[in-house]
Write a protein that binds this ligand. Structure first.
Ligand SMILES: C[S@@+](CC[C@H](N)C(=O)[O-])C[C@H]1O[C@@H](n2cnc3c(N)ncnc32)[C@H](O)[C@@H]1O
Length: 182
């Protein structure tokens, strides 16, 4: 009897885990949690300044927002489609006592309001980035910066790329075009 209950719980756990990782593929991008080392690398590369509004579209477990807020004193905004990760990340935000600094929204990044973002961080797929760009540029501050991890934005010239070529910074020009969108 105990064995049956335990196996049932283990099965439910793995179904939930698979759901969290795979179902979001149909909405834009799968989930792939980052190591702490990579999170630190991303935050350093982003060159965040205290008080900036840092947005994570597809914010997953919220750890990038939490680390950025703790290390660079930014205000964090996340949007995540998967309700389980939304609850998990909100729980992490509360336990880190960052509720005043970080907001996690349950929603779809493709129609999320990014007009207040100073920096937008994206760890998505090429397909999801193709859906966001160039349309999202019309909804962003002209001064906003974009950081992409692993997947670059096709047809856009990055301002900076790291040595491992897996982090890309895009800066807006004075106008609304972002370098050259060919
Ligand atoms: C590769 S993970 C990145 C998680 C987090 N940004 C990080 O760097 O650790 C992509 C995330 O985007 C979420 N996602 C996929 N499609 C989405 C959509 N249309 N709107 C909001 N979130 C979405 C997935 O659930 C997943 O958590």
């Amino acid at each position: 009897m105990t064995v049956t209950i335990l196996s049932g719980l283990v099965l439910v756990f793995f179904i939930l885990l698979a759901g969290m990782a795979i179902i979001p593929v149909f909405f834009g991008a799968p989930w792939h949690p980052l190591s702490d080392k990579n999170i630190i690398r991303i935050i350093k590369f982003a060159g965040l300044k205290p008080g900036e509004n840092f947005y994570d579209l597809g914010s997953g477990d919220g750890r990038v927002l939490i680390a950025a807020s703790k290390k660079r004193f930014v205000r964090g905004v996340g949007v995540e489609i998967d309700p389980i990760k939304v609850w998990l990340s909100r729980y992490f935000v509360i336990t880190e006592k960052l509720s005043e600094k970080i907001r996690i929204h349950r929603g779809n990044m493709f129609d999320f309001d990014v007009s207040q973002a100073d920096v937008i961080y994206l760890y998505l797929t090429h397909q999801a980035l193709d859906r966001l760009f160039p349309e999202i540029l019309d909804r962003m501050k002209p001064s906003a910066r974009i950081i992409c991890y692993r997947f670059c934005i096709r047809n856009l010239e990055p301002t900076k790329v790291n040595k491992d070529q897996n982090l890309f910074l895009y800066t807006l020009n004075k106008g609304r075009t972002l370098n050259a969108y060919s």
